[in-house]
Design a protein around this ligand. Structure first.
Ligand code: BGC
Length: 489
């Protein structure tokens, strides 16, 4: 029970992250916001002559969305050092503090500079939070439930997005200052994480790693609810000693045997973003307006996709430790590929430069976007965070996870910064571009990704990488035990 409560509190970091993802699309489609900060986009939006696909193509507008992620990249590096030196819990508290400052600057913004600086502080909060939370949960969770508990983080990301969509829908009705409400409500998740994190335990691994072995043992007994924790305690001690002997985690990442988790952890994040999910999460209202839907209908449709996203994440929570990671990834790749192709084909055949799509076709597009979001929500979304948090041995865990988090943020930045321009130039072709990526990632999941379901976090090298048909070649003969085929791993 203790573990579940701690996981849920920590996962409030996901709520902060999700709220930010969901809020920008709605805010950037509000007229009062555009008039104040982006008058040129406002003019373009209301000009009948403007090309459908190019209405929102503005670098500064994209910078509003993307600045957060570039700040998050830099901060996740500092956060990885913080996680190691001061622990996961303190890092989460710092996340909440940065985030609150960002919210205040944003909600009170009087000019573009204040708005962007606010976004940068929010980015710092997200960088610290996304580094500490998944690690925290993976370390306190028992192996059997690690997947499901870790996905609480994703669940709260999706709830954050959904709440943001609902707040945007309500706030858009308040003409002059609705956007300030949208941006200000982000304070709640930060306060929740800040206060909640005062009440949670530090992870036994982090305590032991920092020399507090007695505290580590006490917390381990407390979170497992039993006195006999010797086996797990010894595994952590063993992993910590190995990590100490190995020295600097960043240097260790250069070793040949670190390549398999490093490659898989980071490529999963690239793939997660190149599914195209954030086109929908950031720009759904804008995309729906591009198709010719009114602004009310667009915000409403964004709420529907937000709802589908949250609900489908439940499938991952209950399925991931039962069906395994690879099954979910492969199934969803097929589902998402079909959805992107259908959406692209409809836009290609129906949406010209100045017309609107007919109602039935709009409905079909919205349905397929929901099918796409569903697939993402029970696979590449949560597993993009879960797998990198569980595949590194302790000696490279914080550093390796840093590469994963920052890759995610860089790719999110690229999509946020480039999508509206890509839409303007590639038009409906952009959906085929994402479909091609999905094909590649499906193949990767089938042939190269090992299964990590149910394996204790400190036994990954021995039981996963050393046994994988391809990745085992990165270990010395001594480390290798037996060879197995891809279907067995
Ligand atoms: C991704 C976000 C995405 C969200 C959607 C997360 O796992 O990292 O970029 O917006 O899922 O639910």
């Amino acid at each position: 029970m203790q573990v579940v409560i701690c996981s849920i509190i920590a996962a409030c970091g996901g709520l902060m992250f999700g709220y930010d993802i969901g809020i920008s699309g709605g805010v950037t489609s509000m007229d009062s916001f555009l008039l104040k900060f982006f008058p040129k986009v406002y003019e373009k939006k209301h000009s009948a002559k403007e090309d459908n696909y190019c209405k929102y193509d503005n670098q500064m507008l994209q910078l509003f969305t993307s600045s957060l992620y570039i700040a998050a990249v830099v901060c996740s590096f500092i956060a990885s050092l913080c996680c190691k030196k001061f622990g996961r819990k303190r890092t989460m508290q710092l996340a909440a503090a940065f985030f609150l400052v960002g919210v205040i600057l944003n909600a009170a913004a009087v000019n573009l500079l204040m708005l962007i600086i606010g976004r940068v502080c929010l980015g710092a909060g997200v960088g610290f939070g996304n580094q500490a939370v998944p690690l925290f949960i993976s370390e306190i969770a028992p192996a059997k439930y690690r997947g499901g508990l870790n996905i609480c983080f994703q669940m709260l990301i999706t709830l954050g997005i959904l709440i943001a969509n609902v707040v945007n829908y309500g706030a858009s009705k308040i003409e002059t200052y609705g956007w300030r409400i949208s941006l200000g409500v982000a304070a709640f998740p930060a306060i929740l994480l800040g206060l909640g994190s005062l009440a949670i335990v530090e992870t036994p691994t982090s305590l032991i790693e920092r020399g507090k072995t007695e505290d580590g043992l006490r917390v381990l007994k407390k979170i497992r609810g039993v006195e006999d924790v010797e086996a797990e305690y010894n595994a952590i001690i063993g992993a910590t000693e190995a990590a100490k002997k190995a020295g600097n985690p960043f240097k260790n990442l250069m070793k040949r045997s670190s390549i398999p988790p490093l490659f898989c952890g980071t490529i999963l994040q690239v793939f997660q973003q190149f599914t195209g999910i954030n086109v929908i999460m950031f720009y759904a209202p804008v995309l729906f307006q591009t198709m010719g839907l009114g602004s009310n209908a667009s915000l409403l449709s964004a709420m529907v996709t937000g709802f589908v996203n949250s609900l489908s994440t439940l499938v991952a929570i209950f399925g991931v430790d039962r069906f395994g990671r690879r099954f979910l990834l492969k199934e969803a790749a097929v589902q998402m590929l079909i959805s992107q192709v259908v959406t692209g084909a409809i836009l290609y055949s129906q949406l010209g430069s100045t017309n609107a799509i007919s109602k039935p076709f709009s409905a079909v597009v919205i349905v397929f976007i929901c099918v796409f979001v569903m697939g993402f929500a029970w696979s590449w979304g949560p597993l993009g965070w879960l797998i990198p948090s569980e595949i590194f041995p302790l000696e490279t865990r914080t550093a390796g996870f840093f590469f994963a988090v920052s890759t995610n943020m860089i790719c999110t930045f690229i999509i946020a910064q480039a999508f509206l321009t890509m839409l303007c130039h590639m038009r409906s072709g952009i959906f085929f571009f994402f479909a091609a990526w999905i094909f590649v990632m499906g193949c990767f999941a089938k042939f190269f990704l090992p299964e990590t379901k149910g394996i204790p976090i400190d036994e990954m090298n021995d039981r996963v990488w050393n046994k994988h048909w391809f990745w085992r070649s990165f270990f010395t003969d001594q480390q290798q035990q037996s060879c197995v085929t891809p279907e067995e791993v």
